[in-house]
Write a protein that binds this ligand. Structure first.
Ligand code: SF4
Length: 240
């Protein structure tokens, strides 16, 4: 699947200093502000989806495990050769850990990732009849699958809204937009699950990841083209 990109160049505008942006004071104002955020994300990324290329839930699980501390672009370069060499889940279960680690070396943390992939394949074969499980409780028993990975796989491969994916982008953007005051991913996810309607969880996760990559970057966010500037009072806005 291709990365969602913004279709047309965004118009540049003067950035509103954070102190001049009024904070919502009532539940109604918070609701209206959230609607504005969701509407703008829909406008920017109407079809946002996972950028990791895959053919089925198992391939997506592998790609998501490999994507830890690595870019999706790098993972997408590695996985075609990997799935050619190890076409079935059984091939991963029977792989030599050292050899598999070398095959995924360029994604970083390759020894840990190789151990996770082999462990995941063996667990799914022994406990789940070779099928990636479809509940978060079961998926969390699979080596290498923490909540972020489980939410990606369930949401993207099965369309099951088990939670909100909280990666580094969702973490940062949620804090800047004051959708959470927490810093731990698990608590941020709880905040987002309370605020965002469940039917939006899957799309919202992918939209915010794309928004964080393309507009609200970690360093020097592009506030001068960001449609959320009028309602954003993040202290680290880029004013110049
Ligand atoms: S890009 Fe700037 S204005 Fe937009 S959400 Fe991020 S910090 Fe706020």
């Amino acid at each position: 699947m291709a990365e969602s990109a913004i279709a047309a160049p965004l118009p540049t505008h003067p950035v509103t200093p954070p102190k001049k942006v009024p904070k919502p004071k009532s539940a109604a104002e918070r609701k209206a502000r959230l609607k504005r955020i969701l509407d703008e994300l829909d406008r920017l990324f109407p079809k946002a989806t996972c950028a990791l290329e895959h053919r089925d839930a198992w391939q997506l699980l592998v790609a998501t495990i490999l994507s830890a501390q690595c870019t999706d672009e790098r993972v997408n370069k590695v996985t075609p050769g990997l799935f050619k060499k190890y076409p079935a889940i059984e091939d991963f279960a029977n792989a030599s850990q050292d050899e598999l680690a070398q095959d995924i070396r360029s994604t970083g943390f390759f020894n840990n990732k190789a151990r996770s992939l082999i462990g995941a394949a063996r667990k799914i074969l022994s406990d789940y009849n070779g099928q990636v499980p479809r509940t978060i409780e079961e998926l969390l028993t699979v080596p290498g699958a923490a909540r972020k990975t489980a939410n990606v796989v369930l949401g993207t491969a099965f369309g099951i809204a088990s939670g909100v994916v909280v990666d580094t982008h969702v973490q940062r953007v949620s804090q800047r937009l004051d959708l959470t005051k927490n810093t731990e991913p698990a608590k941020i996810e709880q905040d987002l699950m309370k605020t965002i309607p469940r039917e939006r969880w899957i799309l919202f996760s992918h939209q915010v990841i794309h928004f964080g990559r393309q507009i609200c970057m970690a360093r020097r966010p592009r506030c001068g083209v960001c449609p959320l500037d009028p309602i954003c009072y993040a202290k680290d806005k880029t004013l110049a």
